[in-house]
Design a protein around this ligand. Structure first.
Ligand code: C5P
Length: 245
């Protein structure tokens, strides 16, 4: 990875209002390379908050994890790509090959003339799931095997990369090559304050482990946004990334 360490950090703006999101963006914009808007903020504040952050120079990962019939997903991806300045958009790989193909077509079709298209990511298996919870929903086998198979399917149909846990990073790199993007949530610095609070991430790792496993981007939410000093928490992660690279 040749980019600056801060470019590898994506802060998850998992908050419930545009005001709170814009405050966090203002506080963190020079210590993180990208900001993730997921279903919580998007449902509460709508596409306006995406446009506001982009108009202030922010880079956005629109994390809406589309999972529906191909035609509906194509429409949703098209609308996401039409928001100029969105860098990353994602869908669930478990939606299947036809759905992924529809998303790949739509990601280019939705971009206004002359603009760069966003990169399309596929979520493999949520990082909150482990072998037991996967089995409960009928997905058998080791998480790593399932994740690599889903990553290979996504790559085959032209998806640019995956969202996966650090544990699967190396295996995905090996199976899908250097150019395939790997975005890893479930990142927890060693001394993170959130460890003692509500914790739902099952497959988690430190920033150093994420970089060493080949991640291009680390998505970090609560260890930054729920910290007493979010800016200091983000800076500490960026410093750890810089050392690990
Ligand atoms: O607060 P925390 O650091 O756990 O936030 C992780 C973020 O990454 C959340 O916004 C969550 O929706 C997202 N995410 C994830 N696992 C995936 C895909 C996205 O945790 N597989």
């Amino acid at each position: 990875m040749n980019s600056r360490a801060k470019d590898n950090l994506i802060v998850a703006l998992d908050v419930d209002s545009a005001i709170r999101a814009l405050d966090l963006f203002a506080e963190l914009r020079d210590v993180a390379g990208m900001f993730k808007i997921g279903s919580q903020l998007f449902t509460a504040a709508g596409p306006d908050v995406v446009r506001q952050i982009i108009s202030q120079g922010g880079r956005i990962f629109l994390d809406l994890k589309f999972h529906d019939i191909p035609n509906t997903v194509a429409g949703a991806v098209l609308s996401s790509a039409a928001m100029t300045g969105v860098q990353l958009v994602n869908v669930h790989a478990l939606g299947g090959k036809a759905m992924l193909e529809a998303a790949v077509q739509a990601i280019s079709a939705g971009v206004p003339m002359g603009a760069d298209r966003p990169r399309l990511l596929a979520v493999t298996i949520l990082t909150s799931m482990d072998q037991k919870t996967m089995k409960e929903v009928g997905i058998n086998g080791a998480p790593k095997l399932r994740v690599v198979k889903l990553a290979q399917l996504a790559k085959k149909v032209g998806v640019d990369g995956v969202v996966a846990s650090v544990q699967e990073g190396r295996a995905i790199r090996k199976a899908c090559g250097r150019e395939f993007l790997i975005v890893t949530p479930g990142v927890r610095p060693k001394d993170s304050e959130v460890e003692s609070k509500s914790e739902d991430q099952s497959r988690k790792a430190t920033p150093t482990e994420a970089i060493r496993a080949g991640a291009d981007f680390l998505v970090v939410g609560r260890p930054i946004i729920a910290a007493a000093d979010p800016r200091a928490a983000a800076q500490a992660i960026v410093e750890e990334i810089a050392v690990a690279k």
